[in-house]
Ligand binder design. Sequence first.
Ligand SMILES: [Zn+2]
Length: 238
Amino acid sequence: MPIRLRQAKKGIEPPVAREVRALPIQGSGMKSRQTDALDRKMMTRCISLSVRSGGEGEYPYGVLIRRADQVVTESTNRVAHEHDVTRHAEMVAISQAQKALGVTSLDDCMIYVNAEPCASCAYAIRESRIARVVYGLRSPYMGGVSKWNVLADTDLSNTMPEVFAPPPEIIAGFMSHEAEQALLKWNPLVWRVVKRRGLFVAGRAEAVRGSNAGRRWKRMQRLMAFLRRTVFDRFGRS
Ligand SMILES: [Zn+2]
């Protein structure tokens, strides 16, 4: 069912309607079962990291980045420890992954988060070109999909294809009930307040996609990915 994202109340209307679609997660074959098992393993680790983050006096976020079946890095929030609001778990993990792999572009990586990345982390995900994003709880007031459509926005990639890849594959609400239960157990009082205010929401898992499609478009995207890596990234990124 199409979801019309909330438009800005002031200012100029965007040139393209910002519409993303929430779709049921497809597939029941061997590959999808393996993917699902791996996703569950990664998200279980993220949920455990989120509880640790909360226990260390940070907001309860846990993040993991993987490439193929290898975990590249993982992180909790580091804002309180480092007195730095840019040290969200996703930002820390992206930075660590880029250093560990010695690359700026993470277009062969996936990121897992126990809750929907905020708008600034969603932008970092787009700029680092992470190809797949899996998150648990939805974030209706801060989220880079639910509130501001940064993660699935096609204007970025259509306008600057030499820098931005098309929106990543997005799985929203993955193991969100498990993510919620872990935080409820970690701090029942805090979690009840958070839930009452609707800051995070558990629900069923859905794939979220931008509006682009088609074989010709995919061929063009493969060419652009090659050009980004071999030509365009020489300017300002490597
Ligand atoms: Zn963030």
